[in-house]
Design a protein around this ligand. Structure first.
Ligand code: F6P
Length: 352
């Protein structure tokens, strides 16, 4: 078979491991040929391709980013865009397409499937917010980066008697904040799922410091928000959105730090981890998961399981409908949120 492949949306450690697994299994086991469409859906729209073969995927397993590059291009926002994608797939003689991406990329994959394209999806996002799969690759690496950064922030906060707020990614879900906050031993964890009362946060820090602690670490998800308020955006305006309509989030860490300093008098700082969480080499866990997704996807193509996405359920790779994966944004599990709050200091606790 001839199979097209693309990576769309924000990049994510492990993308190259998926590409490598697909090409290796496809070449060795199925005699497949591949064509790589560059820069996400833009490559299909503009017919930008690269060779994908055993030699082009050699040595890419530990590399971050994606050799296919990526973009947030949405063909549905371009006149005749979806038809152009279909035409270019035909032009290259592709029998099937493997689309590696998050909910945005996979929503386009679903539209193409509905128009007759034989598509298989692979779930990707550091945010871990795709429905139907237990974990997306890239999440573990992002959590490792964030918890490593929290460890570093701890020592400088402690040395200076400061409160430091660490802003992490995650869009509308608190997976990265909850996991890295637990792993990094944060004192306060703010997630999009639970709007917070800033006076409660300030009081918690006051009580902690009154018990003899002289520094605090707060982890704030970029999508966390004050009770009764909207999320904070990078340009302070709601009109700053990507082609899929997502706001460019950011700024909550700095706002929280300022409010804490104002309310408690404790010197406060903020740090935004930003794209550092997405860059660099994937963790061993993500390399294995991404490889398993890639192998799952190429097998799905050969079983004719189109309109489906490879998914992880209880450590098994299965296939689920793309429609299920994109149906809703997956919030952080309640049990994880309970763990994140359960381990923290409690307001007005009677501490012996
Ligand atoms: O979806 C992944 C993600 O990293 C989000 O956590 C973040 O809000 C967004 O992408 C940032 O996007 P960009 O790279 O376009 O700034």
């Amino acid at each position: 078979m001839k199979i097209g492949m693309l990576t769309g949306g924000g990049d994510c450690p492990g993308l190259n491991a998926v590409i490598r697994a697909v090409v290796r299994k496809g070449s060795f086991h199925y005699d497949d040929e591949f064509v790589g469409f560059m820069e996400g859906w833009r490559g299909l729209l503009e017919d930008k391709t690269m060779e994908l073969s055993l030699s082009t995927v050699g040595g890419i397993l530990p590399r971050g980013g994606t050799i296919l590059r990526t973009s947030r291009t949405n063909p549905a926002k371009h006149e005749g865009g979806l038809q152009l994608c279909i035409d270019n797939l035909k032009k290259h003689g592709c029998d099937a397409l493997i689309a590696i991406g998050g909910d945005d990329t996979l929503s386009v994959a679903k539209k193409l499937f509905d128009s007759g394209v034989k598509v298989v999806g692979v779930p990707k996002t550091i945010d871990n917010d795709l429905s139907g799969t237990d974990f997306t690759f890239g999440f573990d690496t992002a959590v490792n980066v964030a918890s490593g950064a929290i460890d570093r922030v701890h020592t400088t906060a402690e040395a200076h008697n400061r409160v430091i707020v660490v802003e992490v990614m995650g869009r509308d879900s608190g997976w990265i904040a909850a996991y890295s906050g637990i792993a990094g031993g944060a004192d306060v964890i703010l997630v999009p799922e639970i709007p917070f009362d800033i006076e409660e946060v300030a009081e918690l820090i006051r009580q902690r410091h009154a018990r003899g602690r002289y520094f605090s670490i707060v982890v704030a998800a970029e999508g966390a928000r004050f009770m009764g308020h909207d999320v904070e955006t990078q340009n302070g305006g709601a009109d700053s959105r990507d082609e899929f309509g997502h706001l460019h989030l950011g700024g909550i860490g700095q706002t929280v730090a300022k409010e804490i300093e104002k309310r408690t008098g404790f010197e406060s700082r903020s740090v935004v981890l930003g794209h550092i969480q997405r860059g660099g080499s994937p963790s061993a866990f993500d390399r294995v998961l991404a490889t398993r997704y890639g192998l799952g996807a190429i097998d799905m193509v050969h079983r004719g399981e189109f309109g489906l996405m490879a998914a992880l359920r209880g450590n098994k790779i299965i296939s689920i409908p793309l429609a299920e994966a994109i149906a809703s944004n997956r919030k952080c599990d309640k049990e994880i949120l309970d763990a994140a709050t359960g381990i923290l200091d409690k307001l007005d606790a009677k501490v012996p």
